[in-house]
Design a protein around this ligand. Structure first.
Ligand code: SAH
Length: 218
């Protein structure tokens, strides 16, 4: 059994990481506090423990990655999460981002299409720490119609275009943050549903995510 331990050294490195992403332009103190509170090294293979607090993505198996902390903070800041909001996340991956949303006291519904990653997440110790996160195995392109509408939707994989079904699962006044574009580079978008059939689009920086793929993988 792996032992999970959050040492003074790791806490110190985490504070440095928070300073680092603050300098890169993240200003939301709640988001920075969330990053400071979560032992990111718990989400990585022990081989990466020593470098877990570098501001970069790492492999988590199945050709997937845990996003760079700056990117997690950037998307979360754009989402403007308030306590008790219903937030749908597409792409659970390591569940690090889900826990950031949990720290912000959101009611999180997170979907992963790969069964292995979905199963892996169940063994982690944070599950009891964040009772407001619910995990689903499924295709994020479908969203979660049974639990819709959502205050916020966060897509953590690169979508070739904005998925129509997800737009329809936003509350009026709700927001979706999603990287949209080609394989190598995507543009971060924030879509606000302003009416039954009305949406407003804001455009932010470029990023590079792993692709959002259709269907489930067993
Ligand atoms: N939020 C994650 C980032 C993981 S990378 C984290 O903090 O670690 C993106 C994840 O999206 C991968 O795990 C990938 O398997 C998943 N994914 C890709 N397409 C998907 C889809 N259609 N539905 C659900 N998950 C998807």
């Amino acid at each position: 059994m792996r032992r999970y331990e959050d040492s003074y050294r790791q806490k110190g490195l985490r504070r440095q990481l928070v300073d680092n992403i603050r300098q890169k332009g993240i200003t939301d103190e709640n988001v920075l506090a969330a990053i400071n509170n979560i032992p990111r090294h718990y989400f990585l293979d022990t081989a990466f423990e020593g470098i877990a607090y570098e501001d970069r993505a790492f492999p988590i198996g199945e050709d997937q990655t845990i996003s760079q902390p700056y990117t997690v903070a950037y998307q979360t800041q754009l989402l403007e999460v308030k306590p008790f909001e219903k937030v749908l996340e597409i792409g659970t991956g390591s569940a690090y981002q889900s826990c950031v949303l949990g720290e912000l006291k959101a009611n999180v519904f997170t979907i992963e299409r790969q069964k292995k990653l979905f199963d892996q997440v169940k063994q982690f110790p944070f599950k009891s720490r964040y009772p407001t996160i619910r995990f689903f195995y499924g295709d994020g392109y479908e969203g979660l119609p049974t639990f819709a509408p959502f205050d916020k939707i966060l897509v953590t994989a690169a979508a070739p275009e904005i998925p129509e079904k997800l737009l329809k699962q936003l509350k009026i006044g709700g927001k979706m943050v999603i990287p949209v574009g080609g394989q190598d580079v995507q543009r971060m978008l924030r879509i606000t549903r302003t009416g039954e059939d009305d949406y407003e689009k804001e455009t932010f920086d470029n990023f590079s995510f792993v692709p959002m793929l259709t269907g489930k993988k067993s």
